[in-house]
Design a binder for this molecule. Structure first.
Ligand code: NAP
Length: 278
């Protein structure tokens, strides 16, 4: 049995689909089964990673876990999983985590490093997935695109290597179900570094419109983002974007090495999600 946390999430839903497609058993964790849309072949279980003391049933009979860095109780979850007999655990971390440092660069890296460290301290086989920016982050522009041709956003020249969430999931499925991934820290990217302004242009091409990005000051973005994210996370995200203007990430070949096929491009992702922007 494979326990998929974040089964309703942008990556987790593809992990569920990928495991089922290969005939593996899936137990999907969600805080709200009534709202969750999860394929019928999966077993659905209610649970909150923030309440690990209530997760015994979710973990019973589970061999491998796909773990989101959510809920703020990494140590308790990792210890419980090991006690319950889990053999393998794949953590959705982030490319911002640094190894062998006393302090992580920001709050986002801090949260994910805590999960990595807790899991690495156990005797389970572990794999860390460290993706670059998700292609799906661009969905945050959808309301503006639906309203007009200009998107106002900070750091249009931030150059990232956006990855299709299905590619992250494809690597997760391999690590959950095949040998040879224990101890791997996979830095996952799409095939190409592109700016946010270019991402927007590709979304425009996918929906047959010419879209343009207009820079807004970081202070204005901070004000908007503080409405839905804690200040330390807002600072981390804006800091990463600012850094990506002058120090863009480079593509890695990890998706292709692990899955045997090249990663999807941002243009592929945009065509697949055109309806979300119309
Ligand atoms: N976005 C990026 O560019 C990026 C880059 C690198 C790493 N990451 C990391 O990837 C992860 C996914 O982020 P996302 O924003 O795209 O989220 P998401 O996958 O769209 O949604 C969050 C998922 O986590 C589950 N969840 C949230 N809190 C939970 C809790 N306390 N207990 C159990 N499940 C919980 C939700 O499940 P229910 O609501 O069904 O319970 C939902 O399935 C995050 O850790 C993020 O930091 C993101």
């Amino acid at each position: 049995m494979n326990l998929v946390t974040g089964a309703t999430g942008s990556v987790g839903r593809h992990v569920v689909a990928g495991l089922l497609a290969q005939g593996h058993k899936v137990r999907a964790l969600t805080r709200d089964p009534a709202r969750a849309s999860i394929p019928g072949q999966a077993e659905v279980v209610r649970g909150n990673l923030g309440e690990p003391e209530k997760l015994d049933d979710a973990l019973r009979g589970v061999r491998a876990v796909y773990l989101m860095a959510m809920g703020g109780a990494p140590q308790q979850f990792a210890e419980l999983a090991e006690r319950c007999g889990v053999e393998r655990i794949v953590v959705l971390s982030t490319g911002d985590v640094l190894d062998d440092v006393e302090h992580q660069p920001d709050a986002v890296a801090e949260v994910h490093a805590a999960f990595e460290h807790a899991v690495a301290r156990t005797g389970m086989q572990w794999t860390f997935l460290r993706p670059n920016e998700f292609a799906g982050n661009s969905l945050q522009w959808a309301p503006q695109i639906k309203a007009g041709d200009v998107v106002r956003a900070p750091y249009p020249l931030a150059r990232t290597v956006p990855i299709h969430e299905r590619d992250i999931a494809a690597v997760a499925v391999r690590a959950l179900t095949q040998d040879g991934h224990h101890g791997a820290k996979y830095v996952l990217t799409g095939p190409q570094a592109i700016t946010h302004a270019d991402q927007l242009a590709l979304i425009g091409a996918a929906i047959g419109r010419t879209l343009r990005m207009e820079d807004i000051p970081a202070g204005q973005a901070r004000e908007q983002m503080t409405g839905y994210a804690p200040p330390a996370i807002v600072e981390a995200v804006l800091g990463q974007l600012a850094a990506a203007v002058h120090r863009p990430s480079a593509p890695t070949d990890t998706v292709e090495r692990v899955t045997g096929r090249p990663p999807y491009s941002f243009a592929d992702w945009a065509r697949e999600h055109a309806a979300d922007f119309r």
